[in-house]
Each structure stands twice: as C-alpha cells, then as structure tokens.
Design a binder for this molecule. Structure first.
Ligand SMILES: Cc1cc2nc3c(=O)[nH]c(=O)nc-3n(C[C@H](O)[C@H](O)[C@H](O)COP(=O)(O)OP(=O)(O)OC[C@H]3O[C@@H](n4cnc5c(N)ncnc54)[C@H](O)[C@@H]3O)c2cc1C
Length: 409
C-alpha cells in the first residue's frame, strides 16, 4: 500500500555509498533529515543521511502536500493555547519556512507541482464560522494577509462544495507534490556534498560525542562526531537518553484519492490547500485527482499509537467517503482507487523537537511535527544546522522547540 506520490515519483537518482566517517550522521531521510543535510552540506559540513528504506518513503511521502500556516489551527486558538507573543512567533516561523522552501525550490529547479494560490479553511458548522471570523479579526489586527469568504460567496470559490458555512482564505499557504519536493531537496543536498545512503537500517548508536559508531542491521558502521535523530516516532529506541521514548507518540493518518477526474468535475475545484472542521479533514486537487485525508478522530482510538503504515482502517475510509458525498455532489459515484496511511509523531504541547538532546552530548533531534512537518521542517532544519555549526541559532522561535522542555515529562 503506497501513496499516489510515491507510485508516480522517480527514485532518487544520486544516492551514494556510505563513507567510513563523517562529521554529522543523520538517521532518517524524510523531509527533516534531508533539510538538515542540505543546510549542513551548504555550510561545508561532511554529512551522511542513513535512510532505512528510500528518501520520503514514510510520512514525508504519504501526506497531503499542504504547506500550512498556524499549525493548521485557526489563529485565535493558537493565541489561546500559547499566548499572543508565542502565537506570532509560530505563525512567522511557518511563513518563513514557506518562503525559504519556495526559494530552495526555485534555486534548485525542483519540479514539485508547487501551487501558491493559498489555503481555504472551510467552516463545517455555523459555530466554526464564528471562530473563523474571530481568527480573521486577529489576523487583520496583526496585518496578516487573509480574506473572509461568507457562505453566499462560497460557490464562486469552491463551486463543487455544499454544506459549508463560509471560509477563510489564507494567502501564504500552498500545495506541492511532497515526494518530488523532498527528493529534489535530496538531490540538491548531494550536489552540495552530502551522502545519502538508502537501505541503511540503523539498529544502534554506540560511543560518545566525537566518536559515535552508528551501526546498521547489515553489520556496517559509520563513525561520526555528531548524530541527529530525524526518525519521527519510528526509532525512538535509538535515543539512549530516553527522551524521545518518553516525549514522542505515534498516530496514523489516512488518505484516499480518485483517478484523474473528468474535466467538467475538475473545473469545479480550485487549487487551494483546503480543509474543514478545524483542519481535521483536508483535501486538494493533485494532477487532476481529488485527494482527501482525515477522519481519524471519528474511529475508536483515533488511530493513536499505531506504527503500521502497510494497512488502513476501513471505517476511516467509509467516513471519508460519507464526508465526500455530503460535501461534494460532483464526486458522488466517482471511485477512490487509492488509499494509504502514514505515521506521524506528536508531543504533549503540539510543538516539534528541534535541538540538542539533554543528557546526551553530541546528539540532536529534529522530529515530532504533530502532523505539520512539511510546514515546519525546512526552516527547522536550517535552524538546527546553524545550532550544530555555530552553537546557537538566532531565530527567535527556536527556544519554543528546545527538546529540554520535555526533559522531565
Ligand atoms: C496522512 C498524512 C497527511 C499529512 N498531511 C500533511 C500536510 O498536508 N502538510 C504538512 O505540513 N504535513 C502533513 N503531514 C505530516 C508530515 O508528513 C510529517 O510531519 C513529515 O513528513 C515528517 O517528516 P519526518 O522527516 O520527521 O518523518 P518521516 O517522513 O516519517 O521520515 C522519517 C524517516 O526515518 C526513517 N527511519 C526510521 N527508522 C529508521 C532507522 N532505524 N534507520 C534509518 N532510518 C530510519 C524512515 O524510513 C523515514 O524515512 C501529514 C502526514 C500524514 C501521515
């Protein structure tokens, strides 16, 4: 069971053999590991990415490809959860992430279907509409580009949609083909001097800062001065400090996709990053197909604690189809031949871990994006690279993501 994106993408052209030694060994070749490798290589650091499968094989190749602002949440809720100052820092971090990604995509000529028409947050209920109005007032007060779309105007924005109570258009959001984007960044990283080793299953990290031995299942070993964990929630046992096992938990998302739609149906969908119900359901057009994910909240257990992305939950599929049929009449009777799942990593406060692991000198983490890694990881990888190279990163949001905040959890 693979994603549409993985099925249609070429393998990484220039994966390399493993050297014996490097400055920095990165475990995991999703967007987090690849972004960090690119930024380190651009700073002249000898860096090796060890990826168990292939680049972007897990969540980074199984998501919805939306570059979102505000952790996917409506903005006033971020204010409510974190306070005004931190909410602004978080919003600006994501905005800066997208700007940095757009620059990298252009600089390295990465063909990844980037569409920058923005995002449409749809209100599932009258109550959600009042929340969108509140969020819009805050965005207006802070000068953040947006537009409220009342229900009578929605037919112009999303002709296929019914039953929504209005929407908020966020201009800074975008959509991409995620595998092409991450593999394009990986190609740029190798051009800058990084080694990317696929089929490298790390089973243990021995030694200490300045002399780590990163051991693979096939008995090979890589010597490294520094190790960076970019394995999401998939290899928490490799962290000898135990922090990742305590602070990071897995949950599974599921996505359905149609085949290419008839032109008359396609014409009724815009190319926004779209979502409703507080971003729990999310959808978009990709390569003439309709792609939708969500509904994990609607099944017992909410797909929490799962690490298996080889299967899917048939009840989630049924609930997603009910949603599609209720909100998009032109899709009634259209088949969804593609279904896949992906594993995400969460933390108790909803923020990622970016930085040094306390009590484990020479080891760092970049993971646990709580479902928003495409929106976070490129700039976070740059911040981490700066921290590794210079000992500190000037970005004002970095303290929010410091792993030490979870040290006692
Ligand atoms: C259904 C779904 C929809 C999503 N939609 C969006 C979205 O629209 N927008 C958004 O911003 N985010 C979205 N996300 C979240 C986003 O995909 C993730 O936050 C992001 O991909 C995480 O990247 P990562 O590099 O941390 O993890 P991963 O992509 O999971 O990468 C971790 C890598 O580590 C490797 N690995 C694991 N163990 C080992 C080992 N022992 N040795 C070597 N390598 C190892 C794995 O093979 C994997 O490649 C979605 C996720 C899912 C599942």
């Amino acid at each position: 069971m693979t994603s549409l994106w993985l099925a249609e993408s070429a393998p990484l052209a220039n994966a390399t053999d493993m050297p014996e030694r490097c400055d920095v060994a990165i475990v995991g070749g999703g967007i987090a590991g690849i972004a960090t490798a690119l930024h380190l290589a651009e700073r002249g650091i000898e860096v090796v990415v060890l990826e168990q499968r292939s680049v972007a094989a897990r969540a980074s190749g199984r998501n919805d490809g939306q570059l979102l602002l505000g952790l996917g949440e409506h903005y006033h809720r971020i204010h409510g959860q974190f306070g005004a100052d931190k909410a602004r820092l978080l919003w600006d971090f994501l905005r800066d992430n997208h700007a940095a990604l757009r620059t990298a995509i252009a600089t390295h000529n990465i063909e990844c279907g980037l569409q920058q028409e923005g995002g449409l947050r749809l209100a599932e209920t009258a109550h959600e509409w009042t929340e969108l109005v509140t969020a819009a007032a805050l965005l207006a007060a802070e000068g953040k580009p947006h537009q409220l779309v009342p229900e009578p105007e929605l037919a112009r924005w999303l002709p296929a949609g019914v039953g929504f109570h209005g929407a908020l258009h966020l201009l800074g959001e975008a959509i991409v083909q995620p595998v092409q984007m991450v593999r394009g960044l990986a190609t740029a990283a190798t051009a800058a001097g990084a080694h990317i080793v696929q089929g490298a299953d790390v089973v243990a990290i021995d030694g200490e800062a300045g002399d780590f031995q990163v051991r693979l299942r096939d008995q090979r070993a890589l010597a490294a001065n520094i190790v960076v964990h970019c394995t999401s929630t998939l290899a928490r046992e490799l962290d000898r400090s135990g922090l990742l096992a305590r602070a990071v938990f897995p949950f599974r998302g599921q996505i359905l996709a149609t085949a290419a739609l008839p032109a008359a149906v396609l014409a009724q969908f815009p190319r926004y990053a779209m979502s409703s119900n507080f971003c729990y359901e999310y959808f978009r057009i990709a390569n003439d197909r309709f792609v939708i994910g969500g509904k994990r909240w609607s099944v017992p257990g909410e797909e929490l604690g799962l690490l298996d992305d080889d299967s899917h939950n048939p009840q989630v599929t049924r609930n997603l189809l009910d949603y599609v049929h209720a909100h998009f009449p032109p899709l009634r009777g259209i088949a969804f031949p593609h279904v896949w799942t992906g594993i995400m990593a969460g933390t108790p406060d909803g923020l990622p871990l970016v930085g040094a692991l306390p009590g484990a000198p020479g080891t760092f983490a970049l993971l646990a994006f709580n479902g928003y890694g495409l929106s976070f990881a490129f700039l976070a990888g740059r911040c981490l690279a700066e921290q590794i190279v210079a000992g500190t990163c000037p970005h004002p949001a970095m303290p929010l993501f410091a792993p030490r905040r979870c040290a006692s959890s």
